[in-house]
Ligand binder design. Structure first.
Ligand code: F6R
Length: 609
């Protein structure tokens, strides 16, 4: 979604700003812009619809010379993607520039008030009220003006403000939308995502909600919006979290698919105690007694993280014997969920910034639940606010379509179920079996990846089709949902995931020779029933692509289009199966010439509800 970068130093601001924007591209956006305080003492602004590349071209024709500036990538919410709606937005006199992430819920009222006072707005955005409000409260104290303006705002914001009259000064603030400071030698930076800082600094400060930072090249002073000074620690981002390029791969999605043996290895590293048949999850920070007291689990997430949660539900019930349910994070707080004292709530979020999952986290905490997050991004808001949980250590996930984070989430859920199970009635023997299989996951996943050429050929064969069904049962039902989500995200074809038995209750009317069904037939138990469901699809002339266990001939009666995966327990089956579907989606999108890493309309981290 929208991205913020700010730079104040003694060398040119333009290049760190553009570099930061490029590093934010993966989040999804539709326009970009940048304001720099020029050597002539005037704010200069460039904006472009489309890629950062276009802004860069403009900047190479008309360089913005100056050592202090702000930049933004916009993902349209209020007003179409256009130059006038792109950030930075300026006040009427063009002396104050603002970049904003989030949504100003009362912008209509504020805009009407400002218009009544004579302001003429240039854009259709909610964000433009900010520079105009700041201007309204500004006489000579920029910090006070920003504070006063933000006190009028309802909604969410991460902002960075640049004043023409105050060279070298950036004012940043957050409420519900991340803001991070990058601390350098002779310069400081502001960003909405740590990625945008890493080319220049690995020392960062995460602002909390309600913080305001006064940033100059030498200093970063933090206070609350109510003007109380606060101390926030500097964190050093480990080298391995800084990510690298695409390497030998054409797309980040492909790189991340192929990284899965390693990323899953990182999720389990140091967390398995084979001799005890147990897992060690120190980030949970819960004593054996506290773990034993958990009587119910509620999982909340969105998109792929919701799907991994659905697999987690099976793990918790089967392995740990604890009743579990999964909630769409977007519904969680509006449904007023019942949270009992011994309920463990698990928000799952790769980014740790998804607005709905964050809202669910806060709701659960406020209701007194024990809340432990599963997140990939170290220091993300959800992870910090929970203060306990499991980091995936999957490394940065850049492709908008989640792949390695999904499989690491599933792995983390399995580890947690094992930990909880061994705290209860799960035997040492069964615990050891889980440990052994968890340790084999990298090898099992690699065997699926070795099928890449075959999957690519299948994707080519079916690349003319525009409607797909994915069906599965048991542990593979959520994988059917995830496989369909992957396909529609990156290739823009219609794809639906269904429980195999549900097909008969309506959607079967849509089957036919142009509607292939991808059947996840490596499920144990339930395989016989799934073979029956495949038969039903064939009877309606739908072509079937089967995912089946190596050496299992039973699917051959229905189709010759088979993707083979290694034989596993039902616990590992979702992991090997989803990797096959990720490859299929990637290859299919490639055949159709789609923009794979940044699919249209999508954002990597959805920070608005
Ligand atoms: C799908 C995808 C999205 C995310 C969802 C939640 O490939 O990436 O569906 O899973 O937006 O994001 P996080 O996990 O960051 O909360």
């Amino acid at each position: 979604m929208c991205g913020i970068v700010g730079y104040t130093g003694c060398s040119s601001a333009q290049s760190p700003l553009l570099e930061g924007l490029k590093r934010l591209e993966y989040r999804g956006y539709d326009s970009a812009g940048m304001s720099v305080l020029g050597k002539d003492g005037i704010l200069h602004t460039l904006k472009a619809v489309g890629k950062v590349r276009k802004l860069e071209e403009l900047a190479s024709q008309t360089p913005l010379e100056g050592a202090c500036g702000i930049a933004h990538t916009r993902w349209a919410t209020h007003g179409a993607p256009s130059e006038k709606n792109a950030h930075p937005h300026l006040d009427g006199a063009s002396r104050i520039a603002v970049v904003h992430n989030g949504i100003i819920e009362n912008y209509r009222d504020l805009r009407a008030e400002l218009e009544a006072e004579g302001e003429t707005f240039r854009s259709d955005t909610d964000s433009e009220v900010l520079p105009r409000l700041i201007a309204k409260y500004y006489s000579d104290d920029p910090v006070r003006a920003v504070e006063e303006a933000l006190q009028r705002v309802r909604g969410t914001f991460g902002v960075c403000v640049l004043f023409q009259d105050h060279p070298g000064l950036l004012i940043a603030a957050r409420s519900g939308s991340p803001v991070i400071l990058g601390i350098g030698k002779g310069f400081n930076m502001v960003a909405s995502d740590v990625c945008a800082l890493l080319a220049n600094s690995r020392d960062v400060i995460y602002l909390n909600d309600g913080d305001l930072a006064v940033v100059t090249p030498e200093d970063a002073e933090i206070r609350t919006l109510a003007n109380v000074p606060v101390n926030r620690e500097i964190s050093r981002i480990p080298k391995e979290e800084t990510g690298s390029g695409k390497g030998k791969y054409e797309h980040f999605m492909l790189k991340e698919i192929f990284e899965q043996p390693e990323s899953i290895g990182n999720t389990i590293r140091g967390r398995i105690i084979p001799e005890d048949g147990n897992a060690k999850l120190s980030g949970l920070n819960l004593s054996p007694r506290e773990l034993a007291e958990i009587s119910r689990i509620v999982i909340a997430g969105c998109g792929s993280s919701l799907h991994s949660g659905l697999i987690g539900e099976y793990y918790f019930e089967e392995i740990a014997g604890i009743p579990a349910e999964v909630e769409q994070a977007a519904e969680f707080r509006y449904r007023n969920p019942i949270i009992e004292p011994n309920t463990l709530v698990i928000p799952i979020s790769q980014s740790g910034e998804t607005a709905d999952t964050l809202a669910a986290t806060r709701e659960a905490m406020q209701k007194g639940a024990t809340v432990a997050a599963i997140s990939n991004v170290v220091g993300s808001t959800i992870a910090r606010e929970c203060g306990r949980g499991i980091y995936l250590h999957a490394g940065p996930e850049i492709s908008v379509a989640s792949t390695k984070a999904f499989t690491c989430q599933v792995t983390a859920l399995w580890l947690l179920a094992l930990r909880l199970g061994r705290n209860r009635r799960l035997s040492n023997e069964l615990g050891r079996q889980s440990c052994a299989e968890l340790q084999r996951l990298p090898e099992l996943i690699q065997r699926v990846l070795n099928q890449y050429d075959h999957v690519a050929a299948l994707a080519k064969k079916f690349s003319g089709m525009n409607d797909f069904f994915f069906i599965g049962r048991g542990f593979l039902y959520p994988v059917a949902l995830e496989g369909a989500l992957k396909l529609k995200e990156v290739s823009y074809v219609h794809a639906e995931g269904y429980h195999a038995a549900e097909l008969k209750h309506g959607p079967i009317s849509l089957l036919g020779e142009n509607v292939p069904v991808i059947a996840l037939a490596n499920c144990i138990p339930g395989q016989e029933k799934l073979l029956g469901n495949m038969q039903e699809c064939r009877a309606r002339k739908s072509p079937v692509i089967a995912v089946a266990t190596e050496g299992d001939p039973s699917v051959e009666a229905f189709t010759e289009d088979i993707i083979r995966v290694p034989e596993t327990s039902r616990y590992a089956a979702p992991l090997v199966t989803v990797v096959a579907l990720q490859m299929f989606a990637y290859c299919f999108a490639g055949e159709r010439g789609c923009e794979i890493d940044q699919p249209r309309n999508l954002a990597k981290s959805v920070t608005v509800e």
